[in-house]
Design a protein around this ligand. Sequence first.
Ligand code: NAP
Length: 283
Amino acid sequence: MTAQLIDGKAVAARVRAEIKEEVTRLKAERGITPGLAVVRVGEDPASKVYVTGKKKAAEEVGFNSWEHHPDETITQEELLALVHRLNEDPAVHGILVQLPLPKHLDADAIISAVKPEKDADGFHPLNAGNLLLGRPATRACTPWGVMRLLEEVGCNPAGKRAVVVGRSNIVGKPQALMLLQKDATVTVCHRKSDLPAEVAQADILVVAVGVPELVKGAWIKPGAVVIDVGMNRKADGKLVGDVEFAAAAERASFITPVPGGVGPMTIAMLMKNTLEAAQRAGK
Ligand code: NAP
């Protein structure tokens, strides 16, 4: 079997087009232009690339967007003060503090300082808690984007075995909860798991570990839907995922490429979170 590719770029373009239509409506009917404020501290090169992509997407869908770019010597108090200012600014509906932050800053405290209703990333403890409880919540963008990809390829998680490799607060854990909410039977794996045995059970496999090609194609259950969240830059500059792509594609029914799979969806869902925050703010 050769898997069909899940074209995250195309799905993300559709999501952005849907958002753009909603923005036009929101402007015409209620005079509201969604606003996204992005905070990038210091000169982390990857953060610069991500923030540029996010700003471009925001402009493309018709949002106002602002980049705040303090020097990496900013203190915790100064950064908190910036977040508080953005919290109180009525033109700002979504706030995103790009991670990682320099080591002297307490990222958890900064994320917790963002008003939950302006938490564009869905990382605030209140939103994470509401997701756990099955209540309405702003969802973490990457796992929410994965759910949309599954929907797009007609993969209903109900009754299926889903295996999530990785248990980070931003991908693995919320991913497991979203799959559980859709009635999958979910297993979450980490460094102490027997990966080949667990992966072999998966009808739906989501991998978010940050280790190039950790998951071998031979472990994949024939016909599985494979979502590779990983983005790893190899020494030769090539971008690869956490799954051994070519071998996995021989066994999977659907698989995401890297790049062009999950990455574009993360940005699209960030726009969706900001749009929804603006829609709520205007009520
Ligand atoms: P993270 O916070 O570093 O978490 C990695 C997780 O993987 C941890 O739970 C860790 O287990 C597990 N892990 C690491 N090595 C393992 C191994 N050898 N066997 C089994 N489990 C292992 O990473 P993250 O932030 O979730 O990101 C994961 C990957 O996704 C990275 O490549 C990142 O660049 C990518 N990513 C992509 C997007 C996107 O938009 N496409 C968004 C976010 C992240 P322990 O808990 O036991 O340590």
